[in-house]
Design a protein around this ligand. Structure first.
Ligand code: BES
Ligand code: ZN
Ligand code: ZN
Length: 500
């Protein structure tokens, strides 16, 4: 990929000495006075800011972005509204920085500065503000241009972002961490956005091998014959309909000696989900390349952990296949035998994710990890429960639940837990096999999907994160860019940074 992401730097400098194409300053609504540093700068530029505000051109409302052309050292002063101060937090900070970064890029600017003090009203640690500024600008600026051939050289790109402060602090660590996480998010988006005719199971597996080579991770790739030999009957069943053969990728990172039990991250990797014989109709078949989002996230999470040398052991297990209709497809009414020996009656070939995960989870459980977390675009029903705002999850363990909820709050990736009540087990009873893989009426879709998966994790502390909705964005706003979102990467990194 020829595009390179912007580089973020912290720069200790007096505000009125700053030189750049643009300077971004945050203001709270109804608090539009200029502090000492800003006043000094404003004096130097003929009080343009004060008179702009006095003339009511800018009110500081959330989402408001105004540009004053200055052309003295600083070319443009950009005023960003932060809304009411009482409601200010990292969420407003992040969306403001992301939106402003997008706007500046689209205006053809290649470098801009951010006045750090104006984004911290004294309630937050400067280190955290710097981290969030770095993350949100780099994630907000994401664009997928790989397949654009026309006017490629005209693609607008921010090259440098300078966080300006006169504090006597270094923010190198925060910027390095946040840049690494942003890179993991954006490369997850790149691979999830890669079209399904390119990103086949073998392509994604070779991509994982590339990650492993660079970082010296252990990488095991099973091909279709080996998957058959392992008797992963559910996985094989789903993969059978496609000419593109399946792969199972196991990546291992030991950052904490070989003694500590690993954390297993299992990711659904359906490179295209047509629904199989239960073919998805248009428009529901669109964007189904995103059905590999869990696997691709898992790969970049383990990669980022290795790059940051986190003191944890992680194994990423990612079953990769394509769900296609053909003469060799599996069928509704088939009975498949899972890797753990359970028999599964198939009712709908479009509920394929839980089948490939069944075998991957059972395989991961054999490694006796301290916890298993699966990430999967499992259901459309996730849209019904939480809409686009958040991601539903289930969990069988208090400690793990707390870790996930804490990481969710910190990362701003909203999670909400759903219950695993006994009643839901009823829906999965089969007349002829050990279990069915779906309920009869599609009731409590996210939970019944999870309930099915629970059969394959033994008693190991387990969480299942259903990114069916949040893996993809229909809008270009704030940290979101149309297309893949990189869901769970920030969340999981936040959790693994703190793992004890
Ligand atoms: N990959 C889909 C889930 C999905 C659908 C994700 C739409 C994002 C957008 C999954 O394999 C699927 O098709 N699930 C079915 C299950 C049903 C047949 C029980 C669903 O949710 O409709
Ligand atoms: Zn499906
Ligand atoms: Zn699917």
């Amino acid at each position: 990929m020829e595009k390179s992401p912007a580089s973020v730097k912290a720069l200790k400098i007096e505000l009125d000495k700053a030189k750049d194409e643009a300077l971004l300053i945050g203001f709270f609504q109804n608090k539009l006075g200029l502090g000492t540093e800003l006043r000094r700068l404003d004096n130097k530029i003929g009080n343009l800011i004060a008179s702009y505000i006095k003339n009511n051109n800018f009110k500081g409302e959330k989402g408001e972005i105004k540009n004053i052309f200055v052309n003295k050292g600083i070319k443009n002063i950009v005023l960003a509204g932060l809304g009411e101060e009482e409601k200010y937090g990292f969420e407003v900070l992040s969306s403001t920085i992301a939106d402003a970064s997008k706007r500046l890029r689209d205006n053809g600017i290649e470098s801009f500065s951010i006045f750090l003090d104006s984004f911290n009203n004294g309630k937050f640690k400067d280190e955290e503000v710097v981290e969030k500024i770095t993350l949100s600008s780099l994630i907000g600026l994401y664009k997928f241009v790989e397949y654009k051939t026309k006017d490629k050289d005209k693609t607008k790109n921010i090259k440098e972002i300078r966080i300006i402060t006169n504090l006597n602090k270094k923010f190198d660590k925060e910027i390095e961490y946040a840049s690494m996480v942003a890179d993991a998010v954006n490369r997850t988006r790149d691979l999830v956005n890669t079209p399904p005719n390119i990103a086949s199971p073998s392509y994604v597996a070779e991509y994982a091998r590339g990650i492993a080579k660079k970082l010296n991770l252990k990488c095991t790739i099973f091909d279709d014959k080996q998957i058959g030999k392992l008797k992963m009957g559910c996985f094989m069943g789903v993969a059978m309909g496609s000419i593109n053969k399946p792969r199972m990728v196991v990546l291992e990172y030991y950052g904490n000696g070989k003694k500590q039990k690993p954390i297993a991250i299992v990711g659904k990797g359906v490179t295209f989900d047509s629904g199989g014989l239960n073919l998805k109709p248009y428009p529901f078949i669109l964007n189904m390349k995103d059905d590999k989002g869990g696997a691709v996230a898992a790969m970049h999470i383990i990669e980022a952990c290795a790059k940051l040398k986190l003191p944890v052991n992680i194994v990423a297990v990612t079953p990769l296949c394509e769900n296609m209709p053909s003469g060799t497809s599996f069928r509704p009414d088939d009975v498949l035998k899972a890797y753990n020996g359970m028999t599964v009656e198939i009712k709908n070939t479009d509920a394929e994710g839980r089948l490939i995960l069944a075998d991957a989870l059972a395989y991961a459980a054999e490694m006796k990890p301290q916890a298993i977390i699966d990430i999967a675009t499992l259901t459309g029903a996730s849209l019904i429960v939480l809409g686009y705002a958040g991601t539903p999850f289930v969990c069988t363990n208090d400690g793990l639940r707390k870790k996930l909820n804490d990481a969710s709050a910190k990362s701003l990736e909203k999670l909400w837990e759903l219950p695993l009540w006994q009643e839901y087990e009823e829906s999965l009873k089969s007349d002829i096999a050990d279990v069915k893989h779906i309920g009869d009426e599609g009731e409590a879709g996210v939970i019944t999907g999870a309930m099915f998966l629970k059969n394959f994790v033994n008693d190991i502390p387990w969480a299942h994160i259903d990114i069916g909705t949040t893996v993809w964005s229909k809008i270009d706003k704030g940290m979101l860019t149309k297309g893949a979102t990189g869901a769970t990467v920030r969340l999981m990194m936040e959790m693994l940074m703190e793992w004890k």
